[in-house]
Each structure stands twice: as structure tokens, then as C-alpha cells.
Design a protein around this ligand. Structure first.
Ligand SMILES: Cc1cc2nc3c(=O)[nH]c(=O)nc-3n(C[C@H](O)[C@H](O)[C@H](O)COP(=O)(O)O)c2cc1C
Length: 332
């Protein structure tokens, strides 16, 4: 593998979603190997003190690299957490041979560029059960389970914990200051969340029972769209499919494999014409995360909660990434 080839692979890997678009990763390529490290300098101390969501984000990047390599005609072996003395070294990918990419390889690789977090309400069109079955099988290959939140009890429990977590977060000055630090008004900013990618209205007023994270607390007009036109017909209430991904364990290894499974799931979602957006507030806080676990009687630990559906025509803009040269070095 030459430098140009690795640059293309890392370009694809860095299209991974990451918590607050922190892009908490670094790559070193040498010969046929690519080392993926997490960058603790880009940690979110208030929202993610354990680094769980940072490692999940890097896990997605690892899987995007595997998918990009497959589409470029390379088989890969992934060694996870190869050095116990160096826990920030999350994975080493080794190209083990050549392959002839098939249509499925190419479709997944194409989805890397097309995927983005879609926070706008989805169309009122159900996600086919076969798609969910397929995602479950894909994640199962990583020993990651996918639970569909279904039935009124589970929905009420989960939406209640989401709004409770959101309330706690909005009272936490350190959380708010950190969020503020990662919001970007300059659309050309290479990291962080552009204001254009998040809903400007109060998420609590959206015609949905699923509360997306409120990224612009305190900078809204307070007007509710319905208040402006009281005669407007009531909007369709969004009823997205909501999936919870989880693992038996809850250590770095589990977070990394959860991220890898999430990466592949998100690409399959995109290739199927669907879109997703994480709803991780309830998992940010140990108390709401533990309550979710006990009230849904989960065996294991929730790692990612996300809504899934068919995107409407007006897609939110893509977010930027830092230049590859900033995150990729070449070893000897
Ligand atoms: C572990 C993790 C947790 C996330 N949590 C949320 C969330 O709670 N709410 C949300 O709207 N987006 C969430 N996101 C999405 C990121 O904000 C998004 O990936 C990032 O801004 C880059 O944008 P993109 O996914 O459109 O490329 C999360 C992403 C990851 C990987």
C-alpha cells in the first residue's frame, strides 16, 4: 500500500460520525498496516468522562477503513487493542491479500460519502422489518445486539429517560459550555457541529415523541411554529423506528466493537435509502443509562440509541472533517 492509497482509506475513515464531530482519532500507516489511535486531546470531559463515546466514534472509523479497503480490492485483518500497555492504540489493520470487490462492497463504500446524521423529521413511512432483521444480523457478527424499541411501554420508558437526561444536561453548566465550544457558526469549520446541521427550533416542539439533542439551548426566539399560525393543520407526528445497540461487556473492547458494528449498520442503513440520527442523551449519564438498562430489562449494556427512517427531501448539510494530513502520519 502506498501513501496515496492510505490517504484515500483514511479519508473514508474520517467520514465516520463522532460525538460532537470531535473526530477523536489519529492514524499511522506503514507498509501494509494502519494503526488507529484515539486522541484523548479531543475528549469531551463533561459529556463523556469515561471516553466511551469517543472510543465508539473511533470504532466506526476503523470499520469505515475496512469497508474502503474492501472496495479498493484488499482483505483486511483487524487486531483490536493489541497492546494492553497502550490503551489508546485501538486497532491495527493489516492488509492480508487481494479480493475482487463485488457490488455489495461497492455499495457500502459509496454509502460512506452519502451518509450523514439526519435530524430532520422522517417521512411517515415504516422501515421494513427485513431491514431491521438485516441490521441485527450484521451487528450480531460483531457480538453486538440490536433491540428495536417497540410497544408503548418501551417507548414511554425510553422517551421519558431521554427527556430526563436532556433536562439534567441543560442544568449542567460544564456540559453547556462544552457544547458551546463544539458548535460552529462558520460553515467552513473543519470540526464541531455546524449550526445548519441541527434543528433551530426547540426540539420539544417538534411533531415527534423522540427528543433529538438540543444543540442550541438558550439561543432561540421561544416562538413555536404552531403559535405563529393557530389555524394550521396539526403536523404528522413522526414515528421513527428506534434501535438500541448494546454489548454484553462495558469496557474499551466492548465500546470499540460497538463502534465497528455501528459503522457497518449505518452504511447498510444509507445503502437502503434510509437515514439515522443518534439520540444518546439518555446514555450520557450513568443514572439514566442504568435506568434504561433496568427498565427495559436489558441483558448487557446500551451503547447507542438511534432513530431511523426515510429522509424527507430537504436533507441537512454535511459536516466537515479535518484535512487527512492533520490526522495521518506515515511510519517507517
Ligand atoms: C457516539 C456518538 C454519539 C452521538 N450522539 C448524538 C446525539 O445525541 N444527538 C445527535 O443529534 N447527534 C449525535 N451524534 C452525531 C454526531 O453529532 C455527528 O456524527 C457529527 O456531528 C458528524 O456529523 P455527520 O454524522 O453528519 O457526519 C453522535 C455520534 C456518535 C458517533
Amino acid at each position: 500500500m502506498d501513501q496515496q492509497e492510505w490517504t484515500r482509506v483514511v479519508e473514508a475513515a474520517t467520514r465516520a460520525p463522532s460525538i460532537h464531530n470531535t473526530q477523536p482519532w489519529r492514524f499511522t500507516a506503514s507498509g501494509d498496516r494502519l494503526a488507529v489511535r484515539t486522541d484523548p486531546g479531543r475528549a469531551l470531559q463533561a459529556l463523556d468522562p469515561s471516553g466511551r463515546q469517543r472510543v465508539v466514534s473511533c470504532g466506526v472509523a476503523v470499520e469505515f477503513a475496512v469497508v474502503a479497503l474492501a472496495a479498493a480490492g484488499h482483505d483486511t485483518a483487524v487486531e483490536e487493542l493489541p497492546d494492553p500497555a497502550d490503551p489508546d492504540l485501538l486497532a491495527v489493520l493489516t492488509v492480508t491479500g487481494g479480493r475482487t470487490p463485488d457490488d455489495a462492497d461497492r455499495a457500502l463504500a459509496d454509502a460512506i460519502g452519502a451518509r450523514h446524521t439526519e435530524r430532520a423529521p422522517f417521512l411517515p413511512q415504516a422501515v421494513p422489518a427485513e431491514v431491521v432483521d438485516r441490521l441485527q444480523a450484521t451487528a450480531g457478527g460483531f457480538r453486538v445486539w440490536v433491540k428495536r424499541i417497540s410497544g408503548e411501554d418501551e417507548e414511554v420508558t425510553t422517551t421519558f429517560l431521554l427527556s430526563r437526561a436532556e433536562e439534567v444536561e441543560q442544568r449542567e453548566p460544564e456540559y453547556l459550555a462544552e457544547l458551546q465550544r463544539w458548535m460552529r457558526t462558520d460553515p467552513a469549520a473543519p470540526d464541531g457541529i455546524p449550526v445548519g446541521a441541527v434543528p433551530g427550533e426547540d426540539p420539544a416542539t417538534r411533531p415527534s415523541n423522540w427528543l433529538v439533542r438540543d444543540f442550541v439551548v438558550g439561543s432561540r426566539t421561544g416562538e413555536r411554529p404552531r403559535d405563529l399560525d393557530p389555524d394550521a393543520p396539526p403536523p404528522d407526528v413522526e414515528r421513527p423506528t428506534v434501535l438500541l445497540l448494546g454489548t454484553d461487556g462495558d469496557d474499551r473492547q466492548a465500546w470499540l466493537t460497538a463502534g465497528r458494528a455501528l459503522g457497518r449498520v449505518l452504511l447498510e442503513v444509507t445503502a437502503a435509502g434510509l437515514a439515522a440520527s443518534p439520540l444518546t442523551q439518555a446514555l450520557d449519564w450513568p443514572a439514566t443509562r442504568a435506568q434504561l438498562r433496568s427498565r427495559l430489562s436489558l441483558v448487557g449494556h446500551p451503547q447507542m440509541l438511534m432513530r431511523l427512517g426515510y429522509p424527507s427531501g430537504d436533507r441537512s448539510p454535511s459536516t466537515n472533517r479535518r484535512p487527512v494530513a492533520e490526522v495521518l502520519t506515515f511510519g517507517g
